[in-house]
Design a protein around this ligand. Structure first.
Ligand code: GLA
Length: 676
């Protein structure tokens, strides 16, 4: 297959969106190879009844397609394509490369992933092979090439789905090929060993390298290992997986010109690859989202995931590739969705820019690891509440066809840098209570409760389009990010930085001088000592409210003190500051504010940035607006248990009513107003 790997891609640019269906996409993963062929026609008739227009097939079927190395059998897939094309249902064709067959592992056991502790994982599940295995890459591109040649211009095919959730459940592999590839990656990055020794601070604990082949993957060590090395290994792994994706994508582009290629992201999963880089390589961004079902605020976290996905898609339409109709099977307590939640969840993604609503999966599996996972068609069949809600959702999505292609606009961005999260999660940090994810969720939730539209952005992005940028957890700030944030504020932007940000550079090395390194100037202060709080300790602040988890000894330069610590280890010192910098303003919050305290501060900042907030948002009413040059679509999603009234003028798409003045949104319902 080397010819395919190196072959020149065709000139036909891939489309950025599937050519069909005309409206919003609706459907899910479909794995009919798990049940008798005689039942497929019934499945497809049910799909038609539900308004399903797109299914993802073949995702885990490598062994059926290539039962022995180099021997192919496409008869069953041809038949499935025939049934789908006849029914007018479009195909998202998976490449089955997340589940290499038993013959592959028997012949190439060296491609099995190895854990940090040195355990070689076995066959019998699914997930990643070593992303640096040449045998895996060759076999994956071979089967992909076969599929692309055979189905690349099939009339039913509208999208390619490469692999499945790169990085889940295993991302890093410590096998021999990975070590060799890591060394090559390091040579490309650092060029000289001297530069690498310098970047990794190898003089600490006598770790200096004299030859490239002395460098290993960051295996389990007696005490804490080199953190810069561990961070680089994560970066390397993200790149190694991306190389696998690109190899498959390029083969597909060659034989299936014009058909877009995606791979399903897991946007807010911090163990994922660096999706800012990945989103530049896919033709269309798609995402899988599952509720953390037992959390009461899981609908807010859903919105956060959707907003991040839209931002990764650079505000172009994106696809919800997977979510669930009810309970999943892999959480501690698999709490089932309650009536109406399926539609609220699906439409909340649409409200935030998704033009496709797909589920895992169409029909429930009777055997295997996922037999207790919900599906569009549950084990109990069509007499179920879930099936009725699937039919209703299909009808609702048809009515929502006019929203297709409209976009969400936001003046506020939260910074999201997975490299910073990887680095912060390494060992031996000043407090085990430091939690970037928690802070981002807290800031996001405060804005969600005010129904402020939020994008996510990379700190190195051009941020000048935003009135307000929040950095709730930006431990790692490289030179580029520091310059970008300085430019943003000096140009008139408003920035809020929360504690334990700007602590290290891109190598996880403490920035020279006082913290917060590259952010010192823009925040107009120096931190002389971290003063973490004890478990459960709370400190009063002079301007009201309490802080927990963290405090610091802050020495303001040009920054003005907004609130001081009344008690605790930093008593009398600044807790919250504000610095006028150039044309803009930079706030610093040195402790963990929660609930009303965080909301009050953010409201002050929002208003200071000249942004309007709804005067009194209804609790539990999610409001999100999509628009085109001429039209606006206001999504109203009532997560509460009582009806609410909303001022509105326009045409309500879900009920087909014209609204003038007040619209009632019943408890648990969704309404979408189309207006000019
Ligand atoms: C992931 C996978 C699917 C399925 C679901 C179950 O998202 O991509 O194949 O395992 O989880 O929730």
């Amino acid at each position: 297959m080397t010819d395919v790997l190196q072959g020149t891609a065709t000139c036909t640019a891939p489309a950025a969106w599937p050519q069909r269906p005309a409206g919003l996409c609706y459907g899910g993963d479909y794995n009919p190879e798990q049940w008798p062929r005689g039942e497929w026609a019934e499945d497809i008739a049910l799909m038609k009844a539900a308004g399903i227009n797109l299914v993802s097939i073949g995702i885990f079927s490598w062994v059926l397609l290539e039962p022995r190395e180099g021997e192919y059998d496409f008869e069953w897939l041809d038949h499935l394509f025939d049934l789908l094309v006849e029914a007018g249902i479009s195909v998202d064709l998976g490449t089955p490369t997340a589940a290499p067959p038993a013959w592959f592992w028997k012949k190439y056991p060296q491609a099995l992933p190895v854990t940090r502790e040195g355990v070689r994982l076995g066959f019998g599940s699914r997930g990643m092979a070593s992303p640096s295995s040449p045998e895996y890459l060759r076999a994956a591109t071979a089967i992909t090439g076969q599929l692309a040649r055979r189905y690349g211009s099939h009339p039913a095919l509208v999208l390619w789905h490469v692999h499945n959730e790169y990085g889940a459940p295993v991302s890093e592999s410590y096998d021999e090929n990975s070590v060799l590839a890591f060394r090559e990656w390091l040579q490309a990055r650092y060029v000289t060993l001297e530069a690498l020794n310098d970047a990794w601070g190898t003089l600490f604990w006598g770790q200096k390298y004299g030859e490239w082949d002395e460098i290993d993957a960051p295996r389990a060590t007696a005490s804490v290992g080199n953190q810069s090395q561990a961070l680089d290994f994560r970066r390397f792994t993200s790149d190694a997986m991306l190389r696998c994706f690109k190899a498959e994508r390029d083969v597909i582009h060659q034989y299936s010109p014009g058909v877009p290629v995606t791979t399903n992201f897991m946007a807010t999963n911090c163990l994922s690859p660096d999706y800012w880089a990945w989103s530049r390589e896919v033709d269309v961004v798609s995402n899988d989202h599952y509720l953390v079902a037992q959390r009461n605020d899981n609908h807010i976290l859903l919105s956060m995931d959707a907003d991040l996905t839209r931002s990764l898609a650079r505000n172009k339409p994106w696809m919800l590739m997977e979510h669930s109709t009810g309970a999943v099977n892999w959480q501690g307590r698999n709490i089932a969705k309650r009536p109406g939640e399926l539609a609220r969840n699906s439409l909340a993604h649409v409200a935030r820019g998704a033009d496709a609503v797909l589920f895992f999966q169409f029909r429930a599996s009777r055997y295997g690891a996922e037999k207790f996972h919900s599906a569009m068609l549950p084990h109990a069949g069509t007499g179920t509440r879930i099936w009725r809600e699937v039919l209703e959702l299909g009808a609702g999505l048809e009515r929502l066809a006019p929203v297709k292609g409209s976009t969400v606009h936001s003046r506020v961005a939260i910074l999201w840098d997975v490299e910073s999260f990887w680095a912060q999660d390494l060992e031996w940090r000043p407090s085990s209570d430091l939690d970037h994810r928690e802070r981002i969720e807290a800031f996001y939730s405060a804005l969600w409760n005010q129904q402020v539209a939020v994008d996510f952005a990379h700190p190195g992005d051009d941020l000048s389009g935003y009135s307000l940028v929040l950095a709730p957890a930006l431990y790692l700030v490289g030179d580029e990010a520091a310059a970008s944030l300085r430019d943003y504020v000096s140009g008139g932007g408003h920035l809020v930085v929360s504690y334990f940000s700007g602590i290290v550079n891109a190598h996880d090395t403490v920035a020279k001088g006082a913290s917060p390194g590259g952010l010192r100037e823009v925040l107009g202060l120096e931190i002389h000592e971290f003063l973490p709080l004890r478990a459960g300790e709370a400190v009063q602040l002079s301007a009201g409210g309490t802080g927990t988890v963290w405090s610091e000894e802050i020495h303001p330069g040009s920054a003005v003190v907004v609130s001081r610590y009344v008690g605790g280890p930093a008593a009398g010192g600044p807790a919250i500051t504000r610095n006028a910098f150039g044309e803009g303003v930079a706030w610093y919050v040195s402790t963990k504010l929660d609930g009303g305290d965080l909301a009050a501060l953010l409201l002050e900042v929002i208003r200071g940035a000249g942004l309007a907030t709804p005067s009194s948002p209804h609790e539990g009413l999610e409001v999100s607006i999509r628009s085109t040059a001429t039209e606006q679509f206001t999504f109203l999603i009532n997560h509460s248990g009582r009806a609410v009234h909303h001022e509105a003028e326009g045409f309500e798409l879900m009920t087909g009513e014209t609204v003038t003045g007040q619209l009632q949104v019943p408890a648990g319902a969704v309404r979408v107003i189309q207006s000019r």
